[in-house]
Structures are given as structure tokens and as C-alpha cells.
Design a protein around this ligand. Sequence first.
Ligand SMILES: Cc1cc2nc3c(=O)[nH]c(=O)nc-3n(C[C@H](O)[C@H](O)[C@H](O)COP(=O)(O)OP(=O)(O)OC[C@H]3O[C@@H](n4cnc5c(N)ncnc54)[C@H](O)[C@@H]3O)c2cc1C
Length: 346
Amino acid sequence: MIEQMDAPLAPLTTLRLGGPARRLVTAGTDAEVVEAVRAADRAGEPLLVIGGGSNLVIGDAGFPGTVLRIATTGFTLDGTLLELAAGEVWSDAVARTVDAGLAGIEFLAGIPGSAGATPVQNVGAYGQEVAETITEVVAYDRLLGETVTLAGADCGFSYRHSRFKADPDRYVVLRVRFRLADEGGLSSPVKYAEVARSLGVEAGGRVKLAEAHAEVLRLRAGKGMVLDPADHDTWSAGSFFTNPILTDAQFAAFTARLGGLKAPSYPAGEGRTKTSAAWLIDNAGFRKGHGSGPATLSTKHTLALTNRGSATTEDLLALAREVRDGVRAAFGVELVNEPVMVGVSL
Ligand SMILES: Cc1cc2nc3c(=O)[nH]c(=O)nc-3n(C[C@H](O)[C@H](O)[C@H](O)COP(=O)(O)OP(=O)(O)OC[C@H]3O[C@@H](n4cnc5c(N)ncnc54)[C@H](O)[C@@H]3O)c2cc1C
């Protein structure tokens, strides 16, 4: 276990933003993770768990307690069953499952961060989400003071949400177990229209796993959604706003304000419709690259708010508020942030 006092947190986040941690602990084994959590809880010390820092907006004042960085390793394949330690780098693990000829997480290629964070917001992209393949999550339960195993069905997964996100101070994920599929070297059905088009298949068709993986990485890179330290468009937390899910009444009110415009809409369960945050932002007049300060929209993707190099968290939040308020004024729809806010709010 490595311990540092007054440790800068900005370099541990993909936005490169946020003040220092009073104390930073890096844990390399499950036992060290549990020991660090128990020690902080016994001392009544605020605790922030971090993996790759790719979904975090940390305030300029930093964190007045212990930040626990999970750096555990472990990749085990047993037939189609995969177990990942929480600290494993997610995109590397995805690439290894593709090399092993297994389908199930191939469309989640290139998503930054750690395996342990994937159940937290039910990570998803291009028509796939981890809720489809997670069988179990092993976590330290801070309320019970013991390690528990939660079945996937008990994780409360929904769109970019889970019981871990709903109850952020309770569980520290140690291991995640997945059931993948052997489709004879082929991918899962291609659900996402953009991917199907670029792969030249019908939606629902399958392609070679390696092809699906490479195509997703190519599409993501074109949107600045694969980390590249030299490219400020990737100094982000990914999509900053979730796609709004509207009730029938909200959707009717929204449609009534559109005039001649036609917004994307997708069924999202009984009486609910999902629309596109990127479309709303763009049509409210915030184009790619919007902003003149040190924080701007990505020049490649409307939904990513980026640090051009010298931004503070307050600069980023000012931009986020401008966009949220502009969308509300134009369309009456309230955008909600996807990244986790630490010590700040929109
Ligand atoms: C360029 C870019 C592209 C992205 N694209 C996508 C995308 O396509 N789809 C998508 O869903 N997300 C995307 N994201 C968001 C992000 O990558 C994911 O949410 C990722 O899972 C976060 O992992 P992390 O380890 O970096 O988590 P962190 O940012 O370190 O933490 C995020 C949250 O999870 C908690 N947490 C982390 N580890 C644990 C643990 N072991 N136990 C309990 N809680 C934990 C933290 O306390 C915090 O609340 C993108 C981000 C970036 C920067």
C-alpha cells in the first residue's frame, strides 16, 4: 500500500482537473483495499474511491479525506467465464477477450477506466452495456463491514445507473464476473445503426470479433473518445450529459416546441422515450468546439466538455451550466450530468 499526503488529484483524472487529496492511498490487493476502507471508516474519514478517474469532476478545493486508488490486477478466463480485478484497465481486458475469441463486451472497446467502475454506471456504448454480461459483483459492503457477492440481477442496472451509483458510499467493488459467449469467432449481433453501416452489415448481423473491435476503436477515435494525451479533445470525462428519458407528457411537451425540427427518439420502456443529448445541445446552438475559454466543447463531439490545458473545474462547470441552461431555454428539457461530481454540483 502506498500513502501520500496532499497528493495532486488532477493527474489522476482524464479531465486533469481538481485540487489535492488530503491523503492518497494506492492499494494493490483486495486485502489492502478492504484494510484502507475499514481504516477510513473507523476514523470517520471521508472516502473517495477512484479507478482511472475518467468519470470524475473533482472540485478545485480537492478532497478533504482519503482518496483510495484501486490498483489491483487479475484477469482470469475459465471457459466463457471472465473474472476481472477492479483495478484492471477495462479497454485492455476487452482486447484480451476479443483475442480469446469471446463475444459479449467487444463493443465496449476503448472505454477508459477500470473494470471495477464498469458496474457503477452500467458502462455502455454502441448498443452494448455491461449489465448484459455481468453475472456477479464482489464488493466490500461498508454498511455490513464484510465482503459480499451480488448477483448481476441484484445490481439494479438501468441506463447509466446501478445500485452502486444510487448508494455511492456503501460498496467498494473488488471483482467483477462476466459470462461471455463463444460464437465461433463472431461478434454479438451488431445493434447500433452507425456501427452496422460502417461494417457493411444489416442491424442484427454478426461480423468477425476482431473487425467489430477495430471498427469501434476507429469510430471512437474519430469522436475523441479514445484517450490520447496529445489531443485536448480527449481531456474529458466522456459524454458529459446522459440522454434524457422523458415521460409521455414530457415528450409531448418537448415535441410541441420543436416546430419543424425532428429530434431523435427511442423507446425506453413503458411510457418513456429517450432522446439525444447531443442533438439537443447542437440544436440549442452549441456547436462542436463551442466556448472561448480554457474549457470548451470537444471539436469532435458535442457531448464532451474538455479542458484545453489550463482550465479549472469552475471553468468546466461554467460551460456545463451554460449548455444545460441553453438546452432548457430552447427545449424545456433538463440535462443531467453523467460524471460523478466530487465536492461540486452543476
Ligand atoms: C474519452 C472518454 C470516453 C468515455 N466513453 C464512455 C462510454 O462510451 N460509455 C460509458 O459508459 N462511459 C464512458 N466514459 C466514462 C468512463 O470511462 C466510465 O464511466 C468508466 O467506467 C469510469 O471508470 P474509472 O475507473 O475511470 O472510474 P472513476 O472515474 O475513477 O470513478 C467513477 C465513479 O466510480 C466509482 N468507482 C470507481 N471504482 C470503483 C470501485 N472499484 N468500487 C466502487 N466504486 C468505484 C468512483 O467512486 C466514482 O464514483 C468515457 C470517459 C472518457 C474520458
